[in-house]
Design a protein around this ligand. Sequence first.
Ligand code: NAP
Ligand code: ZN
Length: 347
Amino acid sequence: MIAVKGYAAQNPTTPLAPFNFNRREVGLNDVQIEIHYCGVCHSDLHQVRDEWGGSIYPMVPGHEIVGRITKVGANVKNFKVGELAGIGCFVDSCRTCPSCQAGNEQYCDVGMAGTYNGYEMDKKTPTYGGYSNSIVVDENYTLHVSDKLPLKAVAPLLCAGITTYSPLRHWKVGKGQKVAIVGLGGLGHMGVKFAASFGAEVTVLSHSASKEADAKRLGANNFVNTKDEKAVTKVRNHFDFILDTVSAQHDVNMYLGMLKTQGTMVMVGVPPEAVPVHAFSLIPKRKTLAGSMIGGIRETQEMLDYCAANNIVSDIEIIHIKDIEQAYVRMVKGDVRYRFVIDMATL
Ligand code: NAP
Ligand code: ZN
């Protein structure tokens, strides 16, 4: 066993605190990564506080992991000691179902092994995430990270990056299209960067008027304050595609009203409560409402390579691990520009 230091939640209400635990020895197909940085996703907070139900404690959150490889198993072919590497939201899957075969391991029929708040594929060994100093993962679920980009700003690409890249690619968003990103947070700001990079005309739909200048700096052409009724009316029947990253209760029907005929809105944000959708928000103009979850290993590597080639990273604020609770409070208030990243040297 490998002794590891981390931070864990013991239940939904008490603050995260130091937690020592063991990881498995490096197996034949495994790599061990010394974790340098881990991004703080709103999903960490939803799960720490058990907002989606079924949380497993103790919980070591964190699925935006980057660091350096310190050990490789005898059969490892694609990674070497000393290289940079990343781990995203899952560490294994069944590898044989149609989704896994198609490279969509995140949609594994048996259920992927989440990086934390989950179990290995034996469905009984708990997984612990990136708020820790080391992780052991099968090389097939490990990503190559370029040394051309600042490592700390790469960390959020492993979840916020791929979660926005994948639906924009799947629905072929690009030149000649009007695209809206709802919510300018960790996911949203990456959505803006990718949609702009793919050539779309990008509008940010935000309930925080103070984010307008940032939205434009990040690549948006337009900004709509969703609390301003007149501004909302102006964009009725306007967008080809809307990516909704909002983490809290909100009126999806209002945003559906902004889609053109046959437009598509994709939900990636996961408000804890069910979101009511009126059939008349969809029927009269044959609109589509869809969902999307992170991305497969192949597509995550494609996204990381695209970012290295196009110089795309996250806008981050580095934090000390002891300040994680304060970061959660600020994240709920929308007070993050635009992703907190934990410096694991502070562990
Ligand atoms: P985040 O950084 O907190 O950003 C969420 C944004 O939503 C906020 O910045 C805010 O933007 C907007 N928002 C928050 N409360 C709102 C409200 N009451 N009404 C309207 N807008 C509100 O969170 P994140 O890390 O980007 O994650 C966003 C959501 O995606 C979370 O629910 C997370 O669990 C989920 N997620 C899903 C996947 C997936 O695979 N589908 C992957 C990762 C995360 P403005 O201030 O601009 O309005
Ligand atoms: Zn995440």
